[in-house]
Ligand binder design. Sequence first.
Ligand SMILES: [Ca+2]
Length: 421
Amino acid sequence: MRGTDTRRGPNAALAVAVAAWALLQAAGLGCGRAEDPRRPNVVFLLADDVGIGDLGSYGGDVIRTPHLDRLASEGMRFRSFYATPVCGPSRFGILTGRYTRSFDWRGPIIRDPERTLAALFQQAGYTTALIGKWHGLAEIPDSLPTRRGFDRFYGYLMGHNNSPAVWREERVIEEKSPRADRTLRETEQALAFLRDVGGRPFFLLLSYTAGHNPPFASAGFRGRSASGLRGDMLEELDWSVGEVLGALAELGLEEDTIVLFTSDNPGTAPHSSGSLRGEKGSLYEGGIRVPLLVRWPGRIEAGSVEERPGHLVDWLPTLARMGDLELPRGRVDGRDLTGVLLGTGTRADEDFYWGIYAHRSGPWKLVVDPDGNEESDGLFDVDADPLETSDLAGAHPETLERLRRQLRDFWRGVDRRAGRP
Ligand SMILES: [Ca+2]
């Protein structure tokens, strides 16, 4: 392009540049972050193994979460937001907008680097960063975050149990990091990124180590919570969220930035999922419902509560819409939540799939017996009975069969589109 311009002379080159700039502005693709509400920054705060019962805004009354509670009061809180029951498949779902068929905790490898949520932002000119846990998505040599759409990476390939080395971009900068200081360090890195990114649009995935067992906390937080070391860990996580919100305010970025907080799955600690049935690893609501708080001042109603369900896979199409990003080619299972968030519409349907093991359609939820014993399949009306105390499989055989068929058909459709017999 440069050679072509040179041959045509500097005036022609300038004219081309001005025309291109005008086109970009007209298309809302210029660098006018503050001027263009269609191009918000995004801070995606992802906790590890944190359930709704761990947050004050969901009724938790032991662990103190004032900063997250503030986020809830300044934005929208979802009461029925879904993840998968384990780490990897949820993280895969966020980055690809797709469900996984099974629940290996490591999750599938993301094989197409062009279609991750981070890559979509990158392709649209955002500066993208992952800070914290990449999890089990790096088992092939070229699948580091920097090969999957992130300009910057500071953190760990897996959780802290099995991945003590600290990476920056594509090299190890520290072989063994102190576990206790992980939240402190992730926070420092996040604040440095926010200050460094300048006026450019950005997507930050702050993927906390915190929440996962065994618990840890830095010296300043140890011994402060009535809920023991796990409480200390989550109170430090809450402090970190406060630091991020403070930095956005200090930098004058609050109005231009969507901040969301969620978790990859609930914890196993008592009451991590409040009174819901099950815990991490379970397909009952206590194993798959996670907190979701979303703030975008002036756009999302402060203090609003959303009763209808959504799922982590919805974030790819939702942020693609909000950031005016181009959707990836191929299958996207998630649904756009923009209308829900802005109060102008609803999710296109209320169908959700957890591998081949569970399916929700409207108020009804099928939980397949993991041993394949059909007589033990459960059917629940999770609107009327969110605690899943009444198995209605016997009382509603037609609904049971409909949900089984829909679950089979969903994965058959996936196979068909993928060219599998
Ligand atoms: Ca997890």
